[in-house]
Design a protein around this ligand. Sequence first.
Ligand code: PMP
Length: 424
Amino acid sequence: NRSDVHYFGAGPAPLPTTVLENAAQVLLNYQDKGIGLCEISHRSPEANAILAEAKGALVTLLDIPDDYDVLFLQSGGTGEFSATVYNLVAIWVEKKRAKIAEEVGDDEAEVLKRLRKVVDEELKLDYLVTGSWSLKASQEASRLVGAKHVNVAVDARTANNGKFGSIPAETEWTLTPRTSGGGPALVYFCDNETVDGVEFPSFPQSLEGDDAPLVCADMSSNFISRKVDVRKYAVIFGGAQKNIGSTGIAIAIIRKSLLPPASKPASPDLLRALNLSVGPIVLDYPTIAKNNSLYNTLPIFDVWVAGQVMSSLVNSYGAKRIGGQEDISNEKARLIYDTLDKYSSVYRVVPAKSARSRMNICFRVHGGDADKEKAFLAGAEKLGLLGLKGHRSVGGIRASNYNAVSVEGAQKLVTYLEDYAKTA
Ligand code: PMP
């Protein structure tokens, strides 16, 4: 039975029971229309209202300023690894083209010649690689634009025996220098690394300032779990399936100055002439934005689920908005980490203290003894504490502490951690 279980899976993840109960009903009959939500047109007034509600709730929760747009996409988090590259490279190239054209005038052949050289020598995409997901994103960038254009400004494994688990000091990062009219096409980081349990404690200082680079952040696994100063980012994105909703949609928050009419991306012809790849239309932010996320068939049911979850947070926390959820997330994480630290002869938290994720709590039992970890998981399962197995690539235990994990669930896990440690 659902009420007997606390699920700590890393994603897909638990959803509020009331939302699922309502979902079951709207699947059959939406607003007494006699047909269900998966059956109505994504262009119907109902669908538009659902989209507007979800957008509005996210804007309220995160206090998203007017000069940002919210897009709903079917790309998954992974598709956004590619989308950020395609879109921001196209903007970077067009800026360079315009600057060169100012200098040389209408001589298109000369513009192209110079632009080729500039792209070849100056195009850089900076990646902060602090875990498996930012690593994957950097690999996708290399695949799309070529490894020589990808600057891994930090690889957290280097100083940590080849393993992820810390965020090296910013003084050690080798970011592409900011120059007037230059700098990297983007700086990318993953705010919370789901597999490795590493979370940025705050926004990196070296990415701030009047001449700040275009920052893209993957918030798939800590979306709407804490306050975010949206203005510091060019693009924030995340899959919905952890903190927000069901699998099937991703959400991107994008600075409007990166969209037409303020910004123009390089044309597909120009990109091809420069041997740069042209992204698929479904990953094209200007196209998605212009069509209010309805360029093609959006899974409105998924948007509805996300909207219900976010609206209920808005209703619960009122003026505190996402700060209310942040307090709860922090408290649940504190309870669990405190217990792990208290029994440090039995448990070892994997990441460094300064980089511990509030969302994905990764630890080993008895130094990673395989049989003992198996027994630990079996004991948890008996109590209805499910989904605690670590990612297959790193093993160990991972308690994912997303928004729908209740304080009671965290407390039950704490009790089990205590009981297990006392008898171990
Ligand atoms: N980024 C992060 C931080 C993730 O945790 C995941 C998935 N677990 C992804 C990206 C990839 O998302 P998707 O499976 O939706 O492509």
